[in-house]
Design a protein around this ligand. Structure first.
Ligand SMILES: [Zn+2]
Length: 276
């Protein structure tokens, strides 16, 4: 294609269809300029994809870490509530014990058996109450301990996750660093390629790039040479022969595929089929 013409450096060897700008000893048509930009952008995307996937991986790790931390906070709150409840029960039980001590003195001082029995009855009731409070305290303490165990095993998971997260962070930094130079080079290259494209074409290009994630161009594929059948390689829509002719015959204009709106260029075999 253009490369070989450029190398020849003799413009008389160029076919009539290759008219266009004269660049560094060769002609570049608009379609070739666009293709060059297309390829640079593709390389940029695949370069960035490595960083993007590392970034996505790190985000997943961070999200899982956040979930673990939230769960840990919930468990901590629950544990504190259980402990506080156990504390309150203990205070209540202490008050009951105090009351029992006082009643024992009354018991000793009781003058009638009726009085004695009444106080004894109250003491026995309070003993039941004390036992009940102790049981409840034990339940709360046990629950707090169990929650503590859950927190401990969660802490192990958090530590593991942190290790994974750290290595994901390191991986991302490494990948960013790896592509830094190539990225800068390609950005410069891209800027140069964009600069020679007419501004209205640039605007369309940017729109298409946004809509199709950079897949702005589609090649024309030869389906049947004898029947002159061609199709868009991206959307497979059948392309009328005059469209194909326009793409190859007027490379300083561009034609969009009617099916997928991408800018068409002729693949090698489609071009050859037309020449022969
Ligand atoms: Zn198409």
């Amino acid at each position: 294609m253009a490369g070989s013409y450029e190398q020849l450096g003799d413009t008389r060897l160029l076919p009539a269809t290759m008219r266009g700008r004269f660049v560094l000893g060769g002609f570049m048509t608009l379609i070739e300029d666009l293709l060059a930009l297309f390829h640079v952008e593709r390389r940029l995307r695949s370069l960035r994809a490595r960083v993007d996937s590392a970034e996505t991986y790190l985000t997943v790790q961070q999200r899982q870490m956040a979930t673990l931390q939230t769960r840990r906070e919930e468990l901590e709150t629950r544990k504190r509530q259980r402990q506080a409840h156990a504390g309150n029960l203990e205070v209540e039980a202490a008050a009951v014990v105090e009351r029992i001590e006082k009643l024992r003195e009354e018991l000793n001082a009781a003058s009638t058996s009726r009085q004695y029995n009444a106080v004894l009855n109250e003491v026995n009731n309070l003993k039941d109450k004390k036992r009940e409070l102790e049981e409840l305290t034990l339940i709360e303490m046990t629950a707090a301990e169990e929650t503590g165990g859950e927190i401990a095993s969660l802490d192990e998971q958090i530590a593991e996750r942190r290790t994974v997260m750290d290595s994901a962070e390191a991986e991302l930094a490494e990948r960013k660093d790896e592509i830094k130079d190539s990225l800068a080079e390609l950005d410069t290259e891209r800027a140069a390629k964009v600069a020679i494209i007419p501004s209205d074409t640039q605007r369309l290009w940017d729109e298409l790039a946004e809509d199709f994630e950079g897949e702005v161009m589609a090649s024309i594929q030869l389906i049947d040479k004898r029947r002159r059948e061609y199709a868009c390689d991206t959307c497979n829509v059948h392309l009328p022969f005059d469209v194909v002719n326009k793409v190859t015959g007027r490379p300083d204009e561009f034609v969009q595929c009617q099916g997928c709106l991408r800018i068409l260029y002729a693949s090698e075999d489609a071009r050859e089929a037309l020449v022969k």
